[in-house]
Design a protein around this ligand. Structure first.
Ligand code: ZN
Length: 319
């Protein structure tokens, strides 16, 4: 990553305080998902396109950010999900050269991947776990424990499912999850997560199966403030907030995914919590506001007065 910083990529990181916790969001890059009507297959295509145009978005290419949150809990570093990874045959091969940026962007933010203590996984899909290892299957977070639900681990690392998967991309879901997770399992570095599990002080899992068999979101509480770090509970800040009943193409159990969306939206809005949304516009921090039969997204203003340390890192990265 030496030389001139690329200008065609999103800002590498943002930093903010949450109660007494220091939070950093780094981008892994942006997923170019193609036409909206393919990504949201249960909805009326004309209605999908109209809603996007009304919100100044292109129906021809849905773009999803990958926002990786790192929380410093009194020196314990907890990272949430890992991006698509750098394997030219898997993550970067499928999602493109502009993805798989988590590791250099962590370094740009002054975070050494070797210092991560816990990697908390929302679910084991490609854009969330493939970044756990390098192209050779070597752990990129060798000193971390990986918190993951048993349901997702067992489903997506089961190689007997490869044969019956409908296409190569779905076969890769199983092969990639196996490659990413098994080195940590073999090193006895898995923390099994279930509903209510506390993975670090103030950080608890909430089981939200639907998008994936063992999907969880994480509730991060500090000094009376709460963020829900929700992985793939919701993929799109317009479509699935305003129309919670529209499924995303990779929802494993579409009715269950919809029910979990509605439940967690209500939980967040009625408690006036914040959300850290993995796939929303960077850095993905905001509130929900009731809007007709759905919700609208209210981004949180990120601290503009950067800490001196952050300014120094930005200057170093540019030189
Ligand atoms: Zn995702």
């Amino acid at each position: 990553m030496a030389g001139t910083p690329p200008t065609d990529r999103p800002a590498p990181f943002a930093r903010f305080r949450h109660g007494s916790l220091e939070c950093t969001v780094v981008t892994d890059g942006i997923l170019e998902m193609g036409p909206a009507r393919v990504n949201f297959p249960t909805a009326d295509p004309a209605e999908v396109d109209a809603l996007l145009v009304e919100n100044y978005l292109s129906p021809e290419n849905v773009r999803l950010n990958d926002n990786i949150l790192v929380v410093n809990v009194d020196g314990l570093l907890v990272q949430f999900d890992t991006g698509v990874g750098v394997d030219p045959a898997l993550g970067r091969g499928f999602f493109g050269e502009k993805t798989g940026q988590t590791i250099p962007n962590l370094r740009a933010a002054g975070i050494d991947p070797l210092d991560i203590d816990i990697v908390a996984i929302t679910h084991t899909h490609p854009d969330h776990v493939w970044g756990l290892v390098d192209a050779d299957g070597v752990p990129l977070y060798p000193n971390a424990k990986v918190a993951v639900s048993r349901e997702d681990f067992e489903f997506w690392t089961d190689l007997s499912r490869v044969e019956t998967a409908p296409n190569q991309h779905m076969k890769d879901h199983f092969l990639g999850a196996h490659k990413a997770l098994m080195p940590y399992a073999e090193a006895d570095r898995i923390i099994w997560v279930e509903d209510g599990s506390e993975i670090a002080p103030g950080i608890n899992a909430i089981a939200t199966p639907g998008h994936s068999p063992g999907h969880v979101v994480y509730q991060i509480a500090s000094e009376g403030e709460t963020i829900i770090c929700w992985g793939d509970l919701c993929h799109h800040y317009v479509l699935l907030l305003q129309r919670p009943d529209w499924a995303f193409q990779f929802d494993y159990d579409k009715p269950a995914a919809t029910a979990q969306r509605r439940r967690i939206y209500d939980f967040v809005e009625s408690n006036r919590y914040k959300v850290l949304a993995y796939h929303f516009p960077f850095p993905g921090l905001g509130h929900l506001k009731k809007d007709g039969a759905g919700y609208s997204w209210v981004p949180v203003e990120i601290e503009r007065a950067l800490p001196a340390e952050t300014i120094r890192l930005l200057r170093d990265a540019a030189n």
